[in-house]
Design a protein around this ligand. Structure first.
Ligand code: GLN
Ligand code: ZN
Length: 770
């Protein structure tokens, strides 16, 4: 009989209870006790949800972030919060969120400010959309054990009758994910770190822990020799016999690290058998015969039902070989999927029958384990009804005409090299565009969105609730568009935008209008802290039944003589911010999206729109974990953008926008997109980001952002002029645009007007002086 477990469970709550409890606490609207109680209730409920498992994770709950929890457990707090004598939970949130100079009634404000505390840096957790707080180190970092959180939760779980398996982040991954603020060698800290880990394992053993799951997902990435050695050193030190260690790897294949992992003195290894199914045999071969082999056989990164029959077909012989040594689990923590499908009331019934959220995925684990159990109560016969229902759902999905549209497949198959190529090289296009658009030097523009005001949000929610009819909603949005056009004309901007009033979200807006998408009501996934996202579900071949933006843009264009920029989200960003299908490669899905958005581009062009921006904010987010796979991804991602953008005439100007920093290692691909203009986030890097473009001799036009839209501060004209002068040292002035770092939807008009006023006057100064 296989032992069943999971590496982690979502903590936010099926109704985002944790989010609301956190936000109420931060606002001062609820007490610390209340927050603590919500946490305990959620843990208890989630342990019940996992009740059928043989081993249930403990320590996967976090009020903000599991990496930050680990930093507290290890006593690794940034110096700036060390002397704090107040409440420990408040101090935790100070690192998580920063704190401005005392705001009365607030338990923790926004970042920075005088006498405040800067928030810890946040970055993506491997290739997921979860963000963790980066551990901070320097040469003098020391560690001291604070096992209280884990011990309390362990005791709490045991009191609930839970078969608890504490979960911690392993020492090598912990160091690898952190940053040495002084540039010192993080590995030099390992000898100081290991005794603290050993103490933690001992403390857990003293409380009665048997197995401890120690996460080392860094093993699925390329490791320098020193980091490989660190694994050997670390696990030798942790091999104290206090507890049994399950070394958990996930998100990919072990590849060259497989022998290393198998040689470590741990009692079991978890392998992501979704991504690394082909390594299962080698793992079993390489592991000593007394070790546990935990296989992640249900995908923890998507929302699809597992094909249980097919899984059993390959798993049965493996189980035969391993017997009691086999454990089964989802491939990774379920943190990355929504909690429970049962909460979905409005979801398309057909698509719903193909889905599994966290609770359903654990049920799949139970069914698989039962089917693998020999004897009377086990075997496929014991779960025949469940397997039949699963087989029917898998077959229905495969056969559904809503999933497979031969016309779309044929269109993708027919994509040739010419489809993604502009008619002329950049220089010739630029001349046509200059003649058509007649723009001054240092043209000014914005990135797309204007403030999403209370009125806009109210109108949208009334429209969705049915208390505002479509005509009235359209009228309200047109009013907002007219307002933003009026404001932009008054400001004297050169290329206008319609302001995106009608868009709830830059991906959802398009998903809602494309065939092949559905939306859950409650399919929330934690992004960071209290922030959740609800990724749209891309389930079928992508079609665009109607134009999606043309009416709004042409309406906006009709209100002004200035060029009006059409505004679209690119295929790569739509892909990377959706739950996508698992029955074809991501590249194939991306090409389908590219063809659909391409039609929109061509319809905008036909409607007379001369400037079209295609946002690719999430292009970098899709980069694979291993550098050796980057180029393959970049190739199809860039190809998809080119298919989308490059069908237009020379005189149509294509813009793209990306709002992350770090272009150095992907600049060739950025250039290959061949957008006429790229606008990027640069203001906080003092224009140094442009070095990558300069070094590469990037040939097309660039709009380096001149002010940070995340901050309410109003940039001065002098500051903008100074930044643009720096830009002009790197990029010829006749190829520079002047624009903010990103869209303005989170700002107030009262901030936007003075900021853009200064930006426009800065452009005038630049025209006169550069
Ligand atoms: N056009 C979008 C906006 O202005 C771009 C958002 C983004 O880059 N994240 O809001
Ligand atoms: Zn942006």
């Amino acid at each position: 009989m296989a032992t069943t477990h999971t590496l982690g469970f979502p903590r936010i709550g099926a109704r985002r209870e944790l989010k609301f409890a956190l936000e109420a606490y931060w606002k001062g609207a609820s007490s610390r006790d209340e927050l603590v109680r919500v946490g305990a209730d959620l843990r208890k409920r989630h342990w019940q949800d996992q009740g059928a498992l043989d081993l249930v994770p403990v320590g996967d709950f976090a009020f903000y972030d599991q990496v930050l929890d680990m930093s507290f457990t290890l006593g690794n707090l940034p110096d700036r919060v060390k002397g704090f004598h107040g409440d420990a939970l408040d101090n935790y949130f100070r690192v998580a969120r920063g704190r401005s100079a005392e705001t009365p009634g607030e338990h923790g404000g926004e970042h920075g400010g005088c006498c405040g505390v800067a928030a810890g840096e946040m970055t993506k957790w491997f290739d997921t959309n979860y963000h963790y707080i980066v551990p901070e180190f320097d040469a003098g970092t020391s560690f001291t054990l604070d096992a209280s959180r884990l011990l309390e939760q362990f005791a709490e779980a045991r009191a609930e009758g839970v078969r608890a398996k504490p979960v911690i982040i392993g020492p090598v991954t912990y160091l690898a994910l952190g940053k040495a603020k002084d540039g010192s060698d993080r590995l030099a800290l390992l000898p100081r770190l290991l005794p603290v880990y050993a103490g933690l394992l001992q403390a857990l053993a003293d409380q009665g822990a048997d197995w401890v799951q120690i996460d080392e997902p860094i093993l699925v990435t390329e490791l320098e020799p020193a980091w490989r050695d660190a694994f050997v050193q670390a696990y030798r030190a942790l091999d104290t016999g206090a507890v049994k260690l399950l070394l958990a790897t996930y998100f990919g294949r072990l590849q060259e690290n497989l022998p290393l992992a198998c040689a470590l003195p741990v009692q079991g290894i978890h392998l992501d058998a979704i991504n690394a199914r082909d390594e299962v045999d080698a793992l079993i071969e390489a592991l000593p015969a007394d070790r546990v082999v935990s296989l992640g056989v249900v995908n923890g990164r998507n929302i699809w039902k597992t094909d249980l029959g097919a899984t059993l077909d390959w798993l049965e012989p493996v189980a035969g070989k391993l017997g009691e040594r086999l454990w089964i689990a989802p491939s990774c923590s379920l943190l990355h999927v929504p909690v429970d499908l049962a909460g979905e009331r409005k979801l398309d019934e057909e698509v719903r029958s193909w889905l599994a959220f966290a609770v359903q995925k654990l049920e799949e684990i139970r069914i698989l384990a039962t089917a693998l159990t020999p004897g009377q109560d086990g075997g496929r016969a014991a779960v025949a009804a469940e397997l039949d229902a699963n087989r029917a759902a898998i077959a229905a999905r495969r056969a559904s005409p809503r999933v497979n549209n031969p016309a779309v497949k044929a269109a993708v198959a027919a994509i040739g090299p010419r489809l993604g190529r502009r008619k002329s090289p950049f220089a010739a296009r630029a001349a046509c565009q200059a003649a058509r658009l007649n723009l001054p030097k240092f043209p000014t523009t914005t990135i797309g969105s204007f403030p999403q005001t209370k009125e806009i949000r109210q109108a949208r929610s009334r429209f969705k609730a049915g208390t505002l009819d479509a005509a009235a909603y359209t009228e309200a949005m047109r009013g907002e568009i007219a307002r933003s056009v009026r404001e932009q004309e008054a400001l004297g901007l050169d290329v206008l935008v319609h302001g995106e009033a009608e868009r709830n979200d830059m991906v959802e807006y398009f998903g809602e209008q494309l065939d092949g998408y559905v939306f859950s009501q409650g399919g929330w996934v934690q992004s960071y802290g209290s922030r959740c996202v609800k990724p749209p579900i891309l389930f079928g071949d992508i079609g665009r039944p109607n134009a999606m933006t043309v009416e709004w843009i042409t309406y906006a264009a009709s209100l002004t003589d200035k060029p009006m920029k059409g505004m679209l989200t690119g295929p790569v960003t739509i892909l990377n911010w959706s739950f996508v299908r698992d029955d074809q490669p991501r590249s194939e899905t991306c090409r389908q999206l590219a063809l659909a958005i391409r039609e929109e581009v061509l319809d905008l062009e036909k409607a007379g729109v001369g400037v079209i921006q295609i946002d690719e904010a999430a292009l970098r987010e899709g980069l694979p974990l291993r550098k050796s796979q980057w180029q393959a991804y970049l190739d199809w991602a860039v190809e998809s953008f080119r298919i989308t953008a490059n069908g237009v005439e020379d005189a149509t100007q294509i813009h793209t926008h990306m709002c992350y920093s770090e272009f150095n290692d992907i600049i060739a691909s950025i250039a290959a997109m061949d957008a006429d203009v790229i606008t990027i986030e640069t203001s906080r890097s003092d224009m140094e980001l442009l070095d990558a473009f300069d070094d590469f001799n990037y040939p097309n036009e660039i709009g380096p952002g001149v002010y940070d839209i995340h901050s309410p501060n109003i940039p001065t004209e002098a500051h903008i002029v100074a930044l643009m002068r720096k830009a002009a040292e790197r990029i010829p002035a006749d190829r520079l645009w002047v624009n903010p770092d990103c869209g303005l939807k989170t700002r107030q008009w009262a901030e936007v007007i003075p900021a853009l006023t200064n930006m426009v006057s800065a452009a005038k100064t630049l025209r006169a002086t550069v």
